[in-house]
Design a binder for this molecule. Structure first.
Ligand SMILES: C[S@@+](CC[C@H](N)C(=O)[O-])C[C@H]1O[C@@H](n2cnc3c(N)ncnc32)[C@H](O)[C@@H]1O
Length: 211
């Protein structure tokens, strides 16, 4: 199966989730609000909030990250991008009273931002081979790197999960944290952190470019 075909199927998968559960954590395939929030806490560690910043939420879904950043009381301009139009429309609708919230389906419309965050966008690979999906992730990281000047962060399921869990879900991508740490070090910055200590079956990588 080609990566484009996988992407089309994934768009259908996430659209159906949104139809079923609406603009809620389950509508972007989390088990609930806690699962989403615990991951957001890790992703935002790349941000220095002591001064106003711009941020791209890459694969934003309906924009839950906006609400998280807003709750922190930080000053920021937010750009959510998602491949699925319905997600973008839901994001615009629920954030219409926030002039600092912007949503698009087209990543070519995005400005280069200070930071880019990508939460849970690589977890489902469907029938794609492990190697193809891993290459696709690396290509996407290259694009994410182009879109920010100060740093970016992303998370994914870890291959250090219980073996029976991994074996049971060939449709999921359990990435190798050491591989991605190494790629980020070589390609993007000398300052890279691997966070694998927050008690979930996934890890987060922070790439800092402005040190
Ligand atoms: C599991 S949801 C997570 C949404 C949001 N990041 C969150 O954590 O609440 C993944 C979303 O990423 C989007 N997505 C995946 N790959 C993408 C890409 N390359 N560009 C834009 N959006 C993407 C999907 O359409 C889907 O809405």
């Amino acid at each position: 199966m080609s990566t484009e075909e996988t992407q089309r199927k994934l768009n259908r998968y996430f659209s159906e989730k949104l139809d079923e559960f609406g603009a809620t954590p389950r509508g972007v395939d989390y088990n609930g609000p806690e699962a989403q929030e615990r991951r957001f806490e890790q992703l935002v560690k790349v941000i220095d909030p002591s001064r106003p910043f711009t941020v791209i939420d890459y694969g934003s879904g309906y924009g839950a990250m906006f609400d998280f950043l807003n709750k922190m009381g930080w000053q920021f301009e937010y750009y959510g991008v998602d491949l699925i139009e319905k997600m973008v429309l839901a994001g615009r609708e629920s954030h219409k009273n926030f002039p600092n919230a912007h949503f698009t389906t087209n990543d070519r419309e995005l400005p280069v931002a200070d930071y880019l965050l990508a939460g849970a966008i690589f977890n489902i690979k469907l029938d794609e081979t492990y190697e193809n999906w891993q290459s696709f992730v690396v290509e996407t990281l290259e694009r994410m790197n182009e879109l920010c000047s100060r740093g970016f962060s992303f998370n994914m399921l870890t291959k250090y999960s219980d073996p029976d869990r991994v074996a049971l879900r060939p449709d999921l991508f359990f990435g190798d944290p050491l591989f991605f740490f190494d790629q980020c070090k070589r390609r993007f910055s000398r300052n890279v952190a691997l966070l694998h200590d927050y008690g979930l079956y996934d890890f987060t990588i922070l790439v800092r470019k402005d040190m």
